[in-house]
Design a protein around this ligand. Structure first.
Ligand code: GCU
Length: 138
């Protein structure tokens, strides 16, 4: 298996901003989703071969209220209202995981807030391809 990390601050952001006012993130910051339904981060992910891939969304939620998001792959929601529960503080990051199927070549992966609180803070997406699918290509 091969893993590639895609920073949220380098992705396409709709109704969110790059921030660095909390500790523990990778890269140069994280995305602070605007507190509205529909705010999203979208990554472009290219893989050499079609097949199953593991996704890990690194996030922080300093509230005690779930900040659910729809996870979509190439425009299809594959995990509706996936929970991103409180992590204890905005400086404490946790992993949201799921397994998806990717096409060979380019794919879009989008994480869209489904409540008026917006999403959690999102640090990065890690994509791990399965044996035989070839390495993720940044
Ligand atoms: C606080 C926190 C932000 C967070 C925001 C929110 O302002 O500092 O990082 O994004 O709450 O509720 O979404």
């Amino acid at each position: 298996a091969a893993s590639t990390r895609y920073e949220a601050e380098s992705a396409t952001i709709s109704q969110g901003s790059v921030a660095a006012n909390h500790t523990g993130y990778s890269g140069t910051g994280f995305v602070d989703y605007t507190n509205v339904t529909g705010s999203y981060v979208q990554w472009s992910v290219s893989v050499a071969g079609a097949g199953s891939a593991g996704l890990v969304l690194r996030y922080a939620n300093g509230t005690s209220v779930n900040r659910p998001m729809d996870i979509s792959v190439n425009g299809t929601v594959v995990s509706a209202g996936k929970a991103f529960n409180g992590t204890g503080s905005w400086d404490t990051w946790a992993d949201g995981t799921l397994t998806v199927t990717l096409n060979a070549g380019a794919n879009t992966i989008r994480a869209t807030a489904t409540t008026a609180n917006g999403g959690p803070n999102v640090d990065h997406l890690t994509v791990t391809t399965q044996t035989g699918a070839g390495p993720a290509v940044p």
